[in-house]
Design a protein around this ligand. Structure first.
Ligand code: UDP
Ligand code: MG
Length: 339
């Protein structure tokens, strides 16, 4: 039977957490009262997790599936891999370290049933080190400021998505991405609920300082090309100030004489600042082109059609154009089209 809820968990060297994780998730899955599946994605583990995942899938036929990646591709790629195999209408993600209690999953499913496309969570009383919390605080503010989507906690991966949002994410061609931000780009209604947060049950965080920085860059480049544009603004400001500086020097030179103006030395500074500013403007301009190339190679869907009223879909011009699928997401006729 086709599952209605898929729970996707990326797993990287979590051997000590696995038995407890699967026991709790299976108990929650069975209590959902609808067909469900658990998709565990092994992200190149080296501590015996791979073998354990094989055994767990064998012990829960029809419920647990294990996908084994050949090396470590990162948490978000592992989740996307899980998404491409999962078949549920509602897809839930969480971490394998039991920091996100699986018992909260029914509340997320309920929120999707209530009509939301994406349901995020806020970690109440977050149980992480200061060193792990501060970068998150900064990044959450930045995301809110640049995307305008009011979510408070982008780092918590206990999240639920409607299938069409996941399909839109899968059709994006970018290599590095940050799933919660990407999902919000295709969501009409989002909700956020508060969930409990526990300390890591066993093992250590899989994010070293360098990996954490790389993740923040993934997040930044996934959501905006604004930093490239800032170069132009910055350069424009420097050049404009240089012009003002030059004009002030000229006036003061007439008022107080050439000696006061350092015999032209400061004029050289004004000229130098002007050209420095102009260089930044030129870099910003290059950045604009790079930003557009970046947007094109990602091939994100331009839009998702929610549903069509008063049109029979097979004759629709967009669906007859084979390349249209890559540019726009048209819903499958059986469950989305209004009569
Ligand atoms: N993870 C992964 N690949 C990686 C790093 C992490 O699949 O390269 C998984 C990890 O097993 C866990 C989740 O991603 O299920 C979150 O990792 P972690 O708990 O170490 O991150 P933190 O809680 O410190 O943000
Ligand atoms: Mg964790």
């Amino acid at each position: 039977m086709k599952p209605s809820v898929s729970i996707v968990i990326p797993v990287y060297n979590e051997i000590d957490n696995l038995p407890e994780l699967v026991r709790r998730v299976v108990a929650v899955g069975r209590s959902l009262g609808r067909p469900w599946e658990l998709v565990l994605v092994d992200d190149g583990s080296r501590d015996g997790t791979t073998e354990a995942l094989g055994q767990l899938a064998g012990a829960h036929p029809g419920e647990v599936k294990s996908l084994i990646l050949n090396r470590n591709y990162g948490q978000h790629n592992a989740i996307l891999c899980g998404f491409s195999f999962a078949r549920g209408e509602i897809l839930v993600t969480l971490d394998a370290d039991l920091q996100n209690p699986p018992e909260e999953i029914p509340r997320l499913v309920e929120a999707i049933d209530a009509g939301n496309d994406v349901v995020g969570t806020v970690r109440a009383d977050r149980q992480d080190t200061l060193f792990r919390r501060w970068p998150s605080l900064f990044i959450n503010h930045l995301v809110r400021a640049t995307t305008g989507v009011m979510m408070h906690d982008y780092g918590c991966m206990l999240r639920a998505y409607r299938r069409r949002v996941v399909e839109a994410m899968l059709s994006c061609r970018e290599r590095s991405t940050f799933i919660p931000v990407l999902a919000n780009m295709f969501a009409k209604r989002t909700a956020e609920i508060e969930v409990r947060h526990a300390e890591r049950a066993a093992g250590e965080s899989k994010y070293s300082f360098v990996k954490l920085i790389n993740l923040q860059f993934d997040l930044l480049t996934c959501m905006t090309t604004t930093p490239l544009r800032l170069l132009s603004y910055f350069g424009g400001c420097i050049a404009a100030l240089a012009v003002l500086f030059g004009a002030a020097l000229l006036l003061l030179r007439f008022a107080f004489g050439a000696h006061w103006a350092g015999d032209g030395t400061f004029t050289l500074f004004a000229v130098l600042f002007f050209f420095t500013g102009a260089q930044f403007v030129a870099m910003g301009l290059l950045g604009e082109y790079i930003g557009r190339i970046h947007a094109d190679v990602r091939e994100r869907p331009r839009y998702i059609v929610d549903h069509i009223v008063g049109e029979t879909l097979p004759d629709h011009p967009a669906t007859n154009d084979p390349s249209a699928h890559r540019r726009a997401m048209i819903p499958a006729p059986h469950h989305e089209v209004c009569p």
